[in-house]
Design a protein around this ligand. Structure first.
Ligand code: ZN
Length: 456
């Protein structure tokens, strides 16, 4: 699943070339995603233009990546899984490049000084490959009956564009997708102008808030797209055209604005410039993902035929917890999933269901305390120790510091860390600062202790 680091690069990653320039590191040493991400630069913006033809499953792309060198840089890597690269330029000049094992190694004609801003243009094409063994299940770029879906955590982006594929390097995006007339092409952010020529339609999307790469998505196919607005911002939802306009899927998405407003009342202002959601029908998508400003929901959440507002609350809560405030390292994923799971409890209580306290008590009784919430291990990133025990920790914090301090902590977190990344240590420090209490032992017990903690 992860790209493998080039063996012949690691030996000399610290050796300076003439002039003091040296190669950027080929991965970020995050044990949850070996080989993913790259060092030596920080991406500011991706401008992507891709064309996809479902008839032959072929993608043609041009990526313009604007970045800043964070060291004197002789060469650097981008993650790109599969596909064939035809040309690479750096600041308009042809650059040497090598592409193997998921790594595109780019050597600009001249070294890049630390702090210098540069633009890489990559032209590429091919039949994209799915991520076969993703932790979350099927992911990456997947051909569907009527188009394609690019989706997945922690990996997916590198299957359709060259990218620094780690959440610690967030960037803004312009995404242009050209598909045969009659198909929809949905992505993140604010919709732009749609144009058609010669049987092809180009859909344009702009994500102006920094976005982690795994939160990018493409959904191409035969969809019923509804474009409206909510709270003065565009709201774009889509369900497969084959599903009823008044079915469980459409009914669930219809409360997107209302649920986002409820969460804004608890967490602080909605952090992005657009709202939305996309339901897909492909059974390989056995999950929902909080793709920025426009979550994607797999078909399994609507099997009962009843609307599912819990999953909408979960994915929308991630817009604050996980997207706007993103992870610096995957071992802290409870900062995403614990809070999003807790949001389900808050929404259920608000919507006339059981109280958050009752959810806490039920979950507490059912929890296996031998599994840690913090640093759960790569195979346990999406386990109940992260989601449910994470939510227990959040509610236990609320009981310990009281409602006023608790919601003040959440709002300070989403304000002070907006559009940035953060760690568990950052959260503990913030909670201690606002509550005026020493909380180290509390978090140790709830996040990693192996015995049931005393009830607060
Ligand atoms: Zn989640």
């Amino acid at each position: 699943m992860a790209a493998v680091a080039l063996v012949n690069c690691t030996g000399d990653r610290d050796a300076p070339d003439a002039g003091g320039f040296r190669a950027g590191s080929v991965d970020l040493d995050d044990p949850y995603v070996p080989g993913s991400g790259n060092g030596g630069y920080d991406v500011g913006h991706y401008r992507l233009a891709v064309r996809y033809d479902p008839a032959d499953d072929r993608l043609t792309g041009k990526a313009e990546v604007t970045a800043t060198a964070t060291q004197p840089l002789s060469r650097f890597n981008l993650d790109l899984a599969g596909l064939d690269v035809s040309s690479v330029t750096v600041d308009g000049a042809p650059a040497k490049h090598r592409h193997a094992d998921g790594e595109l190694v780019v050597t600009p004609r001249q070294g890049l000084g630390s702090g210098s801003r540069f633009t890489v243009e990559v032209a590429y094409a091919g039949v994209p490959a799915a991520v076969a063994d993703g932790v979350l299940g099927s992911g990456g770029f997947q051909h569907t009956d009527d188009g394609a879906i690019a989706l997945g955590q922690p990996h997916s982006a590198a299957t359709w564009f060259p990218v620094n594929d780690h959440p610690s390097d967030k960037a803004t995006y312009d995404i242009e997708v050209t598909v045969p007339d009659g198909l929809a092409a949905l992505s993140n952010g604010v919709p732009g102008e749609r144009t058609s020529a010669d049987g092809w339609t180009t859909w344009r999307w702009a994500e102006r808030s920094p976005m982690a790469s795994y939160l990018t998505t493409l959904v191409i196919g035969d969809y019923r797209v509804e474009t409206g607005s909510h709270a003065g911002k565009p709201l774009v939802t889509a369900v497969p055209a084959g599903l009823p306009a008044t079915g469980a899927e459409a009914a669930s998405l219809a409360r997107t604005g209302e649920i986002a407003d409820f969460l804004a009342g608890r967490f602080g202002p909605y952090p992005f410039e657009a709202y939305g959601g996309v339901v897909v029908a492909d059974n390989r998508i056995g999950y929902a993902l909080e793709t920025q400003s426009r979550p994607v929901y797999g078909p399994g959440f609507f099997r009962t035929g009843e609307p599912n507002f819990g999953v909408v609350a979960h994915e929308l809560a991630h817009q604050w917890f996980g997207n706007s405030v993103a992870l610096a390292r995957w071992g802290d994923i409870w900062l995403n999933e614990g809070f999003a799971s807790y949001a389900e409890w808050l929404w259920e209580e608000h919507d006339g269901g059981r109280s958050a306290q009752r959810s806490f008590e039920t979950q507490y009784a059912a929890t296996d305390w031998s599994r840690p919430t913090l640093d759960p291990g790569p195979g346990q990133m999406f386990s109940s120790a992260v989601y449910k025990r994470g939510a227990l920790t959040v509610h236990a914090l609320r009981r310990t510091v009281g409602d006023d301090a608790f919601f003040q902590i959440l709002r300070a977190w989403t304000t002070e860390r907006r559009d940035a990344t953060a760690t568990t240590d950052d959260f503990v420090a913030l909670a201690e600062r606002i509550s005026g209490r020493s909380l180290g032992p509390f978090f140790d017990t709830w996040l990693t202790g192996t015995a049931p903690p005393a009830l607060p």
